[in-house]
Design a protein around this ligand. Sequence first.
Ligand code: APR
Length: 247
Amino acid sequence: MVVVTYDKLPPLTIGPHERVFVLTGAGISAESGIHTFRDQNGLWQRYRIEDVASPAGWHNDASMVWNFYSQRRAQAEEVAPNPAHYALAELEAKLENRLFLCTQNVDPLHERAGSRRVCHMHGELFKSRCENAKCHTPPHEDHGVYLTHETIPNCVMCGQRLRPHICWFGEMPFELDRITRELARCDWFITIGSSGAVYPAAGFVQEVRSHGRARTIYVGPERPDNAGHFDECRLGKAGEVVPVLFA
Ligand code: APR
């Protein structure tokens, strides 16, 4: 593994038929003003995961959960994409479906920057769905803010409560089949701004390496927990490194 500051290495040279898998984490949105989870001042310093991001927390106190995600919604309404989001949107315009952009983030900043095909493996902040797993009403767009038990809306089909369309701890991330297929056929695997602490996403780099073909690169200000599995760690902020990486 090579660990260098980002300005010491040239941009990537992506061949005309090569496929690129980009995995983004909370770090890519940090420069836009959205808190990460595990840094100093990160969200998990101030909230307990089990209270606001687990099925048990939801059953225990749904209004506390909605308070948490309502605050996240209010904050996300106010922020704008940064140069890293825009660079990935430009990359999609060039590579089209040879880019697979998978994010652990629930914010809409990739879409606001112009990315059109984003795989949100941990769900989307501005969507809600029925809490009843047997109710097949699809998740729908929702910018609502629900601060008390009385204001939590009910499903129009079955009458149970609406919950945030977020993958909580203990739940299965979305679109894992598609992700697995893309990991197997990529030529470049690039993770941007993720601590490498949460699986399955933290294990994608090993999965890619098991296929033995892709070059693996990490971008962020510090080495992630899974740094040892990357060919290169380019140290720097996403907003500075990513535009250079794909220049
Ligand atoms: N540019 C790039 N990376 C940054 C920046 C920046 N400007 N600032 C911070 N980072 C990096 C940190 O060094 C850290 O490694 O972003 C990473 C953020 O890590 P986490 O807070 O753990 O976020 P993430 O890895 O996305 O978390 C994964 O955990 O709590 C769950 O579901 C939640 O999707 C989330 C998952």
